[in-house]
Design a protein around this ligand. Structure first.
Ligand code: SF4
Length: 381
């Protein structure tokens, strides 16, 4: 069996080259061909020695992901479903804006965390994605979009790990993928343009701070442990105080950054003025530890199994005002790609419902809005 070169960061590729008896600098050449030029065949790599080009196919290949379908929204959002085998399907979403192009990437097929408001969580967990499957989403989207949009220069300017899955529960495969995103010989994204979103896997937040302190978004969704444990079951293991202390430690590794807190607005559940005041008190308490933050208030996309409803806009704006009056940077998000069910888990759930019952659910508008994956515009705040 040959190695998929999308599985390697530059260091891994250098070790692979050394294993073939080649100099390490060959890895840099290969890396550029694969990630910057989108090459899939070694015969395209004209500056590699002919002997190496002839040797590589016996031990290596470059394999991205198999597209199941592509969905283009009227607002320019594009969503792909990729087949990762054994009936598992993952989602990747490109969200164009005037000043950036954001790609939302999945890290797992399904998710084990089981947040109440998340369609992916309701589908259950299947497996971790490999590094090749994680970076393959960026590889595919970047090179597809350059051709599709007729552009020579980079199209994806930001990556958010906010698709299906909890990235920090797939750390060993995530880390090399992040390193490829940041590598100047590959995508050359700055640390602040790559965001990992977590539901709060505290020990792995500490690891990420040391290994690769990219931007961090935390799915908070509640101001107290009782409510958060109900919405985000992982809170029972890592309660809010532990989580916010980990956020403060994270900022030691990225001192000029802030932590983004995602807050999905659920009607009558977590959207009352007292919840906003509790959040203000919570953040004030932890600001003494050096925590600086901003809030994204996210509209919920209802789906029947959740038993939850979207908060009305007056409620959302009143909530935002309390946070802003307390000096917190707060953004109210708006959905993108509504016409293509671009919210997390919607289309994959259409292909396979991992609760065991095959059923068509896209028509039921399943799913949630997860962070900035399917949102982008500020509305009136
Ligand atoms: S919100 Fe994220 S962590 Fe929670 S179930 Fe959905 S994918 Fe998993």
């Amino acid at each position: 069996m040959t190695s998929n070169l999308l599985d390697y960061d530059l260091e891994g590729l250098a070790a692979f080259c050394e294993g073939l008896g080649e100099k390490r600098f060959r890895a840099t050449q290969l890396f550029r061909w694969i990630h910057q030029k989108g090459a899939t065949g070694f015969d395209q790599m004209t500056d590699l020695a002919k002997s190496l080009r002839e040797k590589l196919p016996a031990s290596a290949h470059i394999q991205s992901l198999k597209v199941v379908s592509r969905h283009d929204s009227a607002d320019g959002t594009i969503k792909w479903l990729f087949d990762v085998g054994a009936g598992d399907v993952i989602e990747t979403v490109f969200i164009p804006e005037s000043d950036r192009g954001t790609l939302c990437i999945s890290s797992q097929a399904g998710c084990a965390v089981g947040c109440r408001f998340c369609s992916t969580g309701h589908q259950g967990f299947s497996r971790n994605l490999t590094t090749a499957e994680i970076i393959g989403q960026l590889w595919f989207a970047e090179h597809f979009l350059r051709t599709h949009l007729g552009r020579d220069e980079r199209v994806v300017s930001n990556v958010v790990m906010m698709g299906m899955g909890e990235p920090l529960q797939n750390y060993s495969q995530l880390l090399p993928a992040l390193r490829v995103m940041l590598d100047d010989h590959a995508y050359g994204l700055s640390r602040r343009r790559v965001t990992v979103s977590t539901s709060g896997v505290v020990p792995m937040m500490d690891r990420l701070a040391q290994d690769c302190p990219v931007a961090l978004a935390v799915s908070l969704h509640a101001p107290d442990d009782e409510l958060r444990s109900n919405l985000v079951p992982l809170n029972r293991k890592y309660p809010i105080d532990d989580l916010l202390q980990a956020c403060s430690r994270y900022q030691l590794a990225a001192p000029r950054d802030f932590i983004t807190f995602e807050y999905c607005m659920l009607d009558g559940v977590n959207d009352q003025p007292e919840h906003a005041h509790q959040l203000v008190a919570l953040m004030r308490k932890h600001s003494n530890e050096g925590l600086s933050c901003k809030f994204n208030l996210i509209p919920f996309n209802p789906f029947p199994a959740s038993g939850l409803k979207r908060s009305g806009m007056p409620q959302v704006m009143a909530f935002a005002k309390i946070l802003m009056d307390a000096g917190m940077v707060t953004t109210v998000r708006k959905t993108r790609g509504d016409d293509i069910d671009a919210a997390c888990g919607q289309l994959a759930g259409d292909v396979q419902d991992r609760t065991g019952v095959q059923k068509r659910i896209a028509s039921q508008r399943q799913g949630m809005l997860k962070g900035i994956k399917v949102v982008s515009k500020e509305v009136g705040v």
